[in-house]
Structures are given as C-alpha cells and as structure tokens.
Design a protein around this ligand. Structure first.
Ligand code: URA
Length: 247
C-alpha cells in the first residue's frame, strides 16, 4: 500500500493493516544487507475509486480550512472595514482559474467574487468561451474590500499573497486567466502596461501553470470598444489551454 493511500486512509480514521507471513515465510537479504521479510497485504475493501473520492474530499477540506483561515485574517488593515472576506468560488478541480483584483461593494456584501455588474460581464466572457461560472474557479488578489474600491496597497497584496498561492496549489488549474492590470501586476510581478501583457503566455511563479492576461470586465464596461480585444485575448487563452492538453 503506498504512502499516499495510507495517509488518505489515516486522515479518514480508517485503520490499515498488513498481515505478516509466519516466521517461516520467505525472506531475503537485500543489497542494503537488511533482511526483508516478505509480507502479504490483506485484500483491501477500499477501491481505487474510493481513494480518488478521498483525494477529492481532502482537497475540498483543505480549501475549506483555508477559507476559515482567511475569514479570521487580520494581517492587514483591510480587515477593519470588511463586512466579510471574499475567498473564492467555483469548482475545486477547475481547469480554468480566473484571478481578479479585489472585492467591490457587492462582493463584500455577498461574500462571493465577481457578483456585481463586472461579474455579470465576466460570466458572459466565460460563456463566450463555452465555460459556465460553475465550471471555473474565481478568486481575487485581495480577500477583503479596499475602501472606496481603491487599488490594493503593496503591503495589503503582500499580506494576502500566500492565500492565493495556496488556492492555486490546491486547485492546480490547467490555466490562469488574469483580468486587469492590478491582478496581472501582482500575479506576474511586473509593472508592464496591460497592453503589452496581452497575447502572451506567462507562467505562474515556478509552477509552470500558464497565465494569460486580459482586460478587467469593469474596464470593459467603461470602454466597450475594447471588448473586441478582450475577445481576442479569450481566444488566445483558449488556444493556450488546448496546448496544455496535448500529450
Ligand atoms: N472586481 C474584482 O477584481 N473582483 C471582484 O471580485 C469584483 C470586482
């Protein structure tokens, strides 16, 4: 039984056991000089499918634990003004992860990212790519609303960074679509103009997960003429996603 499976079973409180063969059982001295007694693992009642289910429930649990940690976070001053934290929403096994900037007023009220007007446009952008909101995972650089929707301060983004990193680690998406300048700057550690970041494939930290940048839907609401360029970005992102599927 491999260590990973043992760990899953252990976490679920399921005892695993091995039946040692009687002392007359075959043994051999390995190259390391140690005598290894051959053991026979009892037939297991746990199937591979069960292990996959455990895998999924433990990951969900980890995201749920992280959500609780975030809900109690006081690492920066933004906790003082929030109604609630805005952790993230969507499929915990999503192939697409969308990263925005920070909660606005409506998100602060509802505790969910992108639920205001910008969120409706984001949903439409996703649907244009054939993706429903439920099928992706959506999170922000900041988990608390900055007052008057101002840009995140560097120390606020720094204090929140490890939460997003952990979300990305746990979800392990095939691609990250970053919406807007602030999210792109923080995720990619650059201060390049958004226009120069479009149409390029970046990587998230050292994960190898591809990152594609497009306009923030709130900007597109203010500048609808740019929607055509955003559509080009989404098509590019889809192409990058398909490339990740190649053997
Ligand atoms: N804008 C963002 O960047 N994120 C939200 O959750 C809402 C608006």
């Amino acid at each position: 039984m491999d260590n990973k499976r043992l760990a899953y079973l252990d976490a679920m409180g399921i005892q695993s056991w091995e039946r040692r063969m009687p002392s007359s059982s075959p043994s051999h001295r390995g190259e390391d000089g140690v005598v290894h007694v051959m053991s026979e693992t009892m037939p297991s009642l746990v199937t591979g499918a069960d292990v996959a289910d455990l895998d999924s429930s433990l990951e969900k649990e980890s995201l749920d634990v992280l959500r609780i940690q975030v809900a109690h976070c006081t690492a920066c001053g933004l906790h003082q003004g929030r109604t609630q934290t805005v952790f993230g929403v969507g499929d915990h096994h999503a192939q697409w992860m969308i990263v925005g900037e920070a909660p606005g007023a409506e998100e602060d009220r509802q505790g969910e990212p992108f639920v205001g007007r910008a969120g409706q446009l984001l949903n439409a952008m996703l649907l244009a790519m054939g993706l429903s909101r439920d099928a992706v995972y959506i999170a922000n650089i900041l988990k608390c609303r900055p007052p008057n929707n101002r840009d995140p301060a560097p120390e606020e983004a720094a204090a929140c960074e490890h939460y997003l990193k952990r979300q990305i680690d746990l979800i392990s998406p095939a691609i990250i679509l970053v919406v807007g300048r602030v999210a792109a700057h923080n995720l990619l550690k650059t201060d390049a103009a958004l226009g120069t970041l479009r149409g390029k494939r970046f990587s998230y930290a050292d994960s190898g997960i591809p990152v594609v940048v497009t306009y923030h839907p709130a900007y597109l609401l203010r500048s609808p003429k740019e929607k055509r360029k955003a559509w080009e970005d989404l098509q590019f992102a889809h192409k990058v996603f398909l490339e990740t599927r190649l053997p």
